[in-house]
Every structure is written in structure tokens, then in C-alpha cells.
Design a protein around this ligand. Sequence first.
Ligand code: ADP
Ligand code: MG
Length: 252
Amino acid sequence: MLQVRNIEKYYGSKNNVTKALDRVSFEVDDGEFIAIMGASGSGKTTLLNCISTIDTVSAGDILLDGESIAALPPRELARFRRERLGFVFQDFNLLDTLTLEENIGLALSLNNTDPETVQRRVREMAARLEIMDVLEKFPYQVSGGQKQRAACARAMVAGQSLLLADEPTGALDSKASKNLLEIMTRMNRDMGATILMVTHDAYSASYAARVLFLKDGRLFHELLRGERGRPVFYHEILDVLALLGGDVSDVI
Ligand code: ADP
Ligand code: MG
């Protein structure tokens, strides 16, 4: 589905250049659940922003279904973003003045989808994500976990196939994190969502089937879960983090 080919990203101008990504290449198959790990400043968000077309690469290419996204005209790019991509952020990015139901359905409503269809789609997603009982509430009236599940529902409600999540568990306590990760696993397994999740947390990453490790903008290592259970995978991830740079607790 997605090919990242030798991408580089520089920020700044001549005398003050930051190399945020350095010749990063990997491929994502349809239906994969991938975690991207690395210390703060290692380029995780930059990588996600380049894939999501929020940012552009300085060199290299990103292909979606064989087509270079850099070559897409602006209108096609906007359509690609709207129809194919769903976003989830650490701080939820829900609109405070809308109910969860309205937040989830907003893109569909703006798209002139008829209200009955919007309602049906929103409720289907809400049922899967276990937030039916809070749909009428406003973001400030629900828990962080419920907000993030609403954000996931919003991200996929229009049939988007690629979920890009930047630290989705970053603002959640451990119980809500576990719940969200189980729901993301179901979105991946039962709804066929392809997921790219940035996280600095080994526990969160252990829910993925593959983990990519970034260090100083370069792809440092990759781990595949294979047939191993999640707890075993978790410990392997911790081992790589230790190799990546000193104390595991530094990797935040
Ligand atoms: P991470 O998400 O892994 O913490 P980022 O992708 O945010 O890392 O940042 C990678 C590097 O690029 C860092 O050195 C950061 O300071 C730099 N950087 C990120 N965004 C910008 C920007 N808009 N302008 C300048 N430098 C940036
Ligand atoms: Mg980041």
C-alpha cells in the first residue's frame, strides 16, 4: 500500500540545517499494524507528517498504491488525505463545542452526506469503539480514553484505510491506554485498518506486529512479532531500546 523510498527531510536554511530524516526506507502492506519508536527528536512526527502529506520530503519519494504522492496535484492530494487517511493525535483534537457524535460525523456532514447516513455510520463506529453511551456528551464531559476512542471513530468513519496515530496513548493512564490499544487492534484485525502508530512507549508498541526504530532520523532497527506472544515481544522491544541509547527511561 505504501512505499517510503530513501526519504530525507531537512529543516532550516543554509547555516542552520537540521536533518530530521536521513535516507529512511520501508514498505507498509495493506492491513499491517506498525509502531514507530525512537527518542524525542528522532524524527517520528516528521516521518508521519511526510506520509500524511502535511509536510513534504526534501529528497526521496513516498508512493501510495504505486503512485508518488509528491507528484499528485493539490486537488488529488486533498482528496487522498480526506478519503484515505485518518489521524489520531496525543491531545485528541476534538472540537470542544461539538458533542462526540457531531465530532465523529463532522467530515461526513461537511461533505454533504445525508444526515441519516451520517448518523448510521457514526453509530456503527461508536458501537465498535464502545462509546455509544457518551455520544451526546461534549469532550469536557468524558474521560481521556473516551475522547481518544471518539478520535479513532472520527478517523475511520468515512471509510479511511490508513490510520496515522502520533502518540495516541501519550495522554492516557495505563488502563485507558490498554483499552485503546485493544480497540486499535480490533480496528486493524476486524475492520482491515492499516495502522502506523508513533509511540515512545514499549508497552504500546508491543501491540503492533512490527516495530520500526528511529535514531537521529535514521532507521536503526526493525522487529517483527511473528508468532510470539505480546509479553515476549514487549521484552524484545525493551532490549532494542536499551541498545538504541543508554537507559530505557531516557527514551521519552
Ligand atoms: P520526534 O517526533 O521523534 O520527537 P520530530 O520529528 O518532531 O521528532 O523532530 C525531528 C527533528 O527535527 C528534531 O531535531 C526537531 O527539532 C526538528 N524539527 C521538527 N520539526 C521542525 C520544524 N518545523 N522546524 C525546524 N526543525 C524541526
Ligand atoms: Mg513527535
